[in-house]
Design a protein around this ligand. Structure first.
Ligand SMILES: [Zn+2]
Length: 134
């Protein structure tokens, strides 16, 4: 619980992490929620993700996170990082994939937050996929 409070206090500082901090955060999340099994080769910000929040390339294990997430709460960014990390373990969005993400307590809340953000940012207000399968 103390750790949780400390993380909340860290929130402002964490809002615009560098590529290196993003990579470090991905490592922490993988260790905490995925038993360290997801090991991305690189994690970096990307300004050309289109409507996606993040994407990963299974071939080389690289993860890209949309710069549209900068300024959003850290628990939302954590969710997107975890989502892409989980794809390194399981491609696609089947039940097995979502089972991996059940360990993150804010998955549903983060997905709702991102749907709302998509609604605000997109012209047509349609819910958009968090990523594409590649
Ligand atoms: Zn996905």
């Amino acid at each position: 619980m103390a750790k949780m409070v400390a993380r909340l206090e860290d929130k402002e500082r964490r809002r615009r992490p560098s590529d290196q901090e993003l990579m470090d955060r991905a490592g922490e999340l993988s260790a905490k929620y995925l038993g360290g099994r997801a090991r991305p080769s690189s994690v970096r910000w990307s300004a050309n993700q289109g409507r996606r929040w993040g994407s990963c390339t299974l071939l080389d294990g690289s993860i890209r996170i949309s710069t549209r997430l900068q300024g959003m709460p850290s628990w939302v960014l954590d969710y997107v990082l975890l989502h892409e990390l989980a794809h390194l373990l399981h491609a696609g969005h089947g039940p097995e994939f979502w089972k991996i993400l059940e360990v993150y307590p804010r998955t549903d809340r983060a997905r709702g937050f991102l749907e709302g953000a998509s609604f605000t940012q997109d012209d047509n207000g349609q819910a958009t996929p968090d990523d594409e399968e590649d």
